[in-house]
Design a protein around this ligand. Structure first.
Ligand code: ADP
Ligand code: ASP
Ligand code: MG
Length: 439
């Protein structure tokens, strides 16, 4: 058996957490390849090292003094070194990073140093080989992940190493410049390493005992999902269940490597399994609920639009020309609604509206902002009747006005649009009927 283990920021936030991590790794000899994040928050008021690096580099790039913020970063690592009694100094590394900041080496380089330095410390602590992600994870010139080169180089490199630490979150372009994934991207690195190493399992260690049916910041003590499919997880992660990066399943999905979400602070808990497919029914009609605030709906009305050939294409053209991607597109006979991200849309609003007018000559265009989208996801919904009806009545009881509802043709998810201010109430209402009342 070969396992790849990724530890998130809170799992490696200080010396005490490093001790737990070491215990977990050493307790199973199959845990051979380790992917660390940068040190996260030790408590609610603390800062993530990645955020401090962005802040310091922001100052450096404006030629302002960044020494105070940089000192905080150094202190975090030095605290770990002294807390663990390591005989290593990062002073040389700090100097190089400082010099590169002055040379304006780029934001991605700056942010990546959090994982890089933590990887050096963890490798030293475990006495594992350190493999710099810049040498084994690659990006194409357009910023997309270069999977072909990465899988080959990383596979060959790991073949010769029994146990290694590979920092998360970054890689490099062909010319050596550093590039990061989007925030939370160490999850993706873990998945890439699991695939390249042909691992049997990808364990993703975090600060919760698995993937919960709903966001624990909204539902107190939510139920844990024991088993979830890649597809369900992707829907939930994309819609804000931030426990795992939404792109983290792609590298392992084709190979069918299961992901096990585990809690560094409660290593005995079994956590959640994310798998390709399962015959196991989920405990409730739904597998999970997630959602995000900050959407706008653009409602276009025109009599007999459904018989006008090319109408939909022209509507979407207006959005495409303004480089706006759309999230959902529920439609009626004479209406079509396009749901977009508010922050992307708002500055281009008038340009989109005028183009819609020009291309489609609608009867009316009505824009509504401050909407939240909620995804109710579940492989079990296909075989159970009346799920959307139950959602509707639960929301009506909770006094939540439903603005939109869209059921994917896969019958795997139902998307509900509500006002931002109804978001939490709506999630609670849906959780209550399916999980607490088990309807
Ligand atoms: P890490 O630093 O280990 O990568 P993250 O902060 O990225 O951890 O992800 C874990 C957090 O995700 C949890 O602490 C929790 O607050 C949040 N979260 C949001 N939705 C869910 C969910 N459905 N299940 C579990 N955790 C969730
Ligand atoms: N440290 C990075 C972040 O804060 C990546 C990660 O934690 O996965 O986004
Ligand atoms: Mg994370």
């Amino acid at each position: 058996m070969k396992k790849v283990v990724k530890f998130g920021g809170s799992s490696l936030s200080g010396a005490e957490q490093f001790e737990k991590v070491r215990e977990i790794i050493l307790s199973d000899k199959d845990r051979r390849y380790v992917v660390p994040s940068a040190p996260g928050k030790r408590d609610k008021k603390d800062s993530k090292v990645t955020d401090l690096l962005y802040e310091a580099y922001g100052l450096a790039s404006e030629d302002r003094d960044f020494s105070e913020v940089f000192k905080k970063i150094e202190d975090r690592y030095n605290g770990i070194i002294s807390g663990l009694g390591l005989k290593i100094s990062l002073d040389k590394e700090f100097n190089t990073i400082r010099e590169n900041f002055l040379k304006k080496c780029g934001e991605d380089y700056a942010a990546s140093r959090g994982e890089y330095l933590n990887g050096i410390l963890l490798a030293e602590y475990l006495q594992y080989t350190f493999v710099d992600a810049a040498e084994v994870i690659f990006f194409n010139e357009d910023g997309t992940f270069d999977s072909t080169k990465t899988y080959k180089v990383l596979h060959d490199r790991l073949e010769g190493i029994e146990r290694a630490v590979i920092p998360g979150f970054y890689g490099s372009y062909a010319d050596g410049r550093i590039k990061t994934f989007s925030r939370g991207g160490s999850d993706i690195t873990g998945s890439i390493v699991a695939r390249s190493a042909k691992a049997d399992v990808y364990e993703n260690w975090t600060d919760v005992s698995g993937f919960f049916v709903a966001d624990p910041r909204i539902i107190t003590d939510p139920e844990t999902i024991e088993m979830i499919t890649y597809t369900e997880l992707r829907e939930l992660a994309y819609m804000g269940a931030s426990v795992l990066h939404e792109d983290a399943i792609f590298p392992v999905r084709r190979e069918g490597i299961p992901i096990n979400i585990r809690n560094t602070n409660r290593p005995k808990d079994k956590g959640s399994w994310i798998v390709q497919s399962t015959g196991q029914k989920s405990k409730f009609t739904i597998t999970g609920i997630a959602g995000k605030k900050g959407f706008c709906s653009v409602n276009i009305e025109k009599d007999k639009m459904n018989s006008e050939v090319g109408f939909g294409r022209r509507v979407l053209q207006a959005f495409e020309d303004n480089e706006i991607s759309f999230e959902h597109m529920p439609s009626g006979i004479d209406t079509m609604t396009i749901i977009v991200h508010q922050d992307e849309f708002i500055e281009k609003e008038q340009s989109v509206v005028s183009e819609l007018n020009r291309l489609t000559h609608p009867d009316s265009i009505d824009i509504e902002s401050d909407l939240a989208l909620i995804a109710v996801v579940g492989r079990g919904m296909k075989s159970s009747k009346g799920t959307s009806g139950r959602i509707f009545s639960a929301l009506a009881h909770a006094n939540v006005n439903v603005k939109m509802i869209d059921q994917g043709s896969s019958e795997l998810n139902i998307i509900i649009g509500v006002k931002n201010e109804d978001f939490e109430n709506a999630i609670r209402a849906i959780y209550n009927i399916f999980v607490l009342a088990r309807l």
